[in-house]
Design a protein around this ligand. Structure first.
Ligand code: ZN
Ligand code: ZN
Length: 168
């Protein structure tokens, strides 16, 4: 960034100097190579100005990506930050995070219907709904729960897609 800035300042100074030399040279009809030099200097200024804009935009993108990742790492139960290396996994457009401190797992899932949805389990464990009776999921997870967990046909625990109701 600083490199681009100082290069841009140098290029602007060079263009200014050539411009100030150009006017008296025109009066004396002795422009020689000054015109093409001045033109090249101006193009270099414009190139570096575009580069500076791109660098600034990139830095902003990076900053917002960083704070987004920090948000994703924050445990929704205890607000501690999970380890980005060992407790965070990125899938194809989805992520899963597990904070070992309290056992909470959270992340996003992608249903076969194409709907991405968020899921979390405060303890990281599914509970048997049969033993708990009707309304168990509300009692157990309350507002902490995003998608409702359920057993899939193969007997494995998963979540109910809030869009199509399929267990995916
Ligand atoms: Zn936690
Ligand atoms: Zn679905």
């Amino acid at each position: 960034m600083n490199g681009v800035k100082s290069n841009l300042e140098d290029a602007r100074k060079r263009h200014e100097r050539l411009s100030s030399e150009f006017r008296p040279a025109v009066r004396k009809s002795k422009t020689g190579s000054l015109f093409s030099e001045k033109h090249a200097a101006q193009q270099e200024v414009q190139r570096l100005e575009r580069l500076e804009v791109a660098v600034v935009e990139f830095a902003e993108d990076l900053r917002s990506a960083c704070s987004m990742t920090r948000d994703l790492l924050c445990c929704p139960t205890c607000k501690q930050v999970a380890n980005p290396v060992h407790e965070f996994q990125v899938g194809d457009g989805t992520f899963q995070c597990k904070y070992s401190g309290c056992g909470t797992t959270w992340g996003t899932r992608l249903c076969r219907c194409g709907k991405p949805y968020a899921s979390m389990l405060p303890s990281g464990k599914f509970a048997e709904p049969v033993a708990l009776g009707a309304g168990w999921e509300d009692r157990l997870y309350g507002c902490d729960l995003l998608a409702i967990p359920a057993r899939a046909a193969n007997g494995e625990w998963s979540f109910v897609c809030p869009e199509c109701g399929e267990i995916s």
